[in-house]
Design a protein around this ligand. Structure first.
Ligand code: MG
Ligand code: MG
Length: 263
């Protein structure tokens, strides 16, 4: 499914990608409104699917490689690709919700990890710092930098806190396909890897663990979790590479508007 070579986008295509990406942020904000202790993850998924379809788009993940749902919902030690179902969200959980949309031929792909109720201080910091690492990485997502500069930004920031950086799962180009070239690892060396050029659109998605970075896959064929059982966080934005300053196509502003009202 991933294209062999980097697919460069023109301005019209970038605007379509922005529309799909913004819809992900709006969908996650709707989900945030009902994400509370006692809700089951299937209910979150159904809300997201209805909202996306009401906006003349289709869920980007459903059916992708056989994935059965609209959202990937990954709780606590689950890193990514958790399948929504009967599981009940509890007070103190951290809940990563990754969402994809497909509209006008282009994908949006963005993720946010939510603190539900009273989470531990170490979990709260893990979320805060993982999100901070995403924005540090975005600062590197400009013409003339390389993919390794992005990975280095995430890794160097997170490792100072003793966190792990998941190796097997990476960010990616995004466009007419959900996963395109280049791969965008969350670790790396400065000045290495693919050169960033105007017209590239990439998803940057740090997956950061409180303990060791080693992961395993559940028997469901999807859910990825830490081997040591410690929690993980995941934040993701879609970015168009520009000269001087990255153009973030997705947004957390709708989500954080909802969260700020809940406080
Ligand atoms: Mg994603
Ligand atoms: Mg992605």
């Amino acid at each position: 499914m991933s294209k062999e070579s980097i697919q460069y986008k023109n301005e019209a295509e970038i605007e379509l990608l922005r529309e799909s990406s913004l819809l992900v942020g709006k969908t996650l904000a709707e989900v945030a409104k009902i994400l509370k202790p006692g809700v089951n993850t299937k209910a979150l998924d159904e809300l997201a699917e209805t909202f996306i379809r009401d906006h003349k788009a289709v869920p980007g993940f459903k059916g992708y490689g056989g994935f059965p749902a609209t959202l990937c919902i990954s709780i606590n030690d689950e890193v990514v690709h958790g399948i929504p179902g009967n599981r009940i969200v509890k007070d103190g959980d951290i809940v990563s919700i990754d969402c994809g949309t497909y509209k006008n031929g282009y994908y949006g792909d963005s993720a946010y990890t939510f603190a539900v109720g009273n989470v531990s201080e170490e979990a709260r910091l893990l979320l805060q710092r993982t999100k901070e690492s995403l924005y540090l990485a975005i600062e590197q997502a400009v013409v003339g930098k390389r993919v390794g500069d992005i990975g280095y930004a995430v890794q160097s920031y997170c490792e100072q806190f003793g966190y792990g950086i998941v190796r097997e799962l990476v960010g990616h180009g995004v466009g007419k396909n959900l996963h395109e070239k280049p791969e965008v690892p969350n670790f790396g060396r400065r000045g290495t890897g693919a050169k960033l050029r105007e017209g590239m659109v990439i998803a940057i998605e740090p997956m950061v663990t409180l303990g060791d970075y080693n992961i395993k896959q559940d028997n469901d064929g999807w859910t990825i979790r830490t081997i040591d059982g410690l929690p993980a966080a995941h934040f993701e934005h879609d970015i168009a590479i520009r000269k001087g300053k990255a153009d973030v196509l997705s947004t957390f502003s709708y989500i954080e508007e909802v969260l700020n009202k809940q406080q």
